[in-house]
Design a protein around this ligand. Structure first.
Ligand code: PLP
Length: 359
């Protein structure tokens, strides 16, 4: 098990202060460091956001939006909870584990998204990490998770499916078997990227019917609504009530609720984006392999590849090629870069930049 060498507060995206320090105009920079649908939000979703009435308080139960998500997923709306982005829901789940987890630790399957660990630190919940092996391409190893859960006193496990930054995920049969083998462990499944991945059919698995699963999803990535802050959790009604008890009222604005309702009417927007992005990832990763870099297999639309010094290569690509990629140092992987596929011009810049650095 690893300590926590990662900086859980670092995220992708343009940093205006860094650009100013380097004397770079943000307008000329292309960004492969974030994994949001590059096609943007659907026009009908944008119209719904603009039309939303903001003079009065939002429906604090998000009732219509919960019903819209429930009918899109064939799931009881009583098992749906909306949040101010999925990260807010993750923090609320961690807060609940702190209150009622009996002081037992949260197991984090890493290397992964840092927010659950940040939340554990903030709420003083003990937390341990089980890192997947680099030699296995960071494949999610259900057997090792199994052994760790059987041997440890963990009250819960955080599993990102597909994982950020590695793009790896468990197949659905393995995932269900793992959950069933540990009925006393709470599974926090982060499925923020599921709908844009090759494992998207898992979105239809009714995992929230397991009383020990909270699955957290986001409209940030597939519907490109990062700035609006909208995500949702699927869980047992008991868990929904427990998560809700951790948060202030009105966490989900009226425009965000309207966007969720409108987004549920646009499954083709996500399907088309997924088909395009997966094909783009396959093409880009093959081109990076052809340049001699080691690429980690991915189920998502982003992927990792190995470089000598990720921070140095990142800065070089930014300075010379006006291209932002994600150094994975903050995930505890200082020799890996993560890039998202989908922007042909940015991909070309990446390949040009990597050509100069061929190993
Ligand atoms: C794995 C993962 N989960 C959740 C989130 C948070 O997404 P949201 O915008 O829904 O809060 C992110 C953001 O990068 C992420 O990478």
């Amino acid at each position: 098990m690893a300590d926590s060498p990662n900086d859980t507060t670092v995220h992708g995206g343009l940093d205006p202060l860094e650009l100013e320090r380097l004397g770079i105009d943000a307008a000329g920079v292309l960004d492969l460091s974030v994994n949001v649908n590059p096609r943007g939000p659907h026009p009908a979703v944008l119209r719904a956001i603009v039309a939303a009435a903001v003079a009065s308080y939002p429906d604090r139960t998000s009732s219509r939006a919960r019903h819209a998500i429930g009918s899109a997923l064939d799931c009881d709306p009583a098992r749906v909870l909306l949040g101010h982005g999925s990260v807010e829901l993750l923090w609320a789940v961690v807060s609940e584990l702190r209150r009622h987890g009996g002081g037992k630790p949260l197991l984090i399957v890493g290397p992964t998204f840092g927010e659950p660990e940040s939340a554990a630190r903030a709420y003083d919940l003990p937390c341990t990490r089980l890192d997947m092996r680099e030699a296995d391409g960071f494949a999610i190893d259900a057997e090792r998770i199994d052994l760790e859960l059987s041997a440890s006193a963990a009250c819960a496990v955080y599993l990102c499916q597909p994982n950020n930054p590695t793009g790896r995920s468990l197949r659905s049969s393995e995932l269900q078997a793992l959950i069933a083998r540990h009925p006393r462990v709470q599974f926090i499944l982060d499925q923020a990227f599921l709908s844009l991945s090759t494992e998207h059919a898992q979105a239809k698995l009714r995992l929230e019917r397991y009383p020990n699963v909270v699955s957290v999803r986001s409209l940030t990535k597939d519907h490109a609504l990062a700035g609006l802050r909208i995500g949702y959790a699927l869980a047992s009604p008991d868990w929904i009530a427990r998560i809700e008890a951790q948060r202030p009222p009105w966490m989900v604005s009226t425009p965000a609720q309207a966007a969720a309702i409108a987004a549920m009417q646009q499954p083709e927007h996500v399907r088309d984006a997924r088909e395009f992005l997966i094909a783009a990832r396959q093409q880009l990763s093959a081109a990076v392999v052809a340049l001699g870099f080691n690429v980690v297999p991915s189920d998502a639309h982003y992927f990792l590849f190995h470089v000598s010094d990720a921070d140095a290569v990142r800065e070089r690509l930014l300075r010379r090629h006006r291209l932002l990629v994600r150094s994975c140092r903050s995930f505890g992987l200082p020799q890996y870069l993560r890039v998202a596929a989908g922007d042909p011009i940015a991909s070309e810049r990446l390949l040009r930049g990597l050509e100069e650095l061929r190993p």
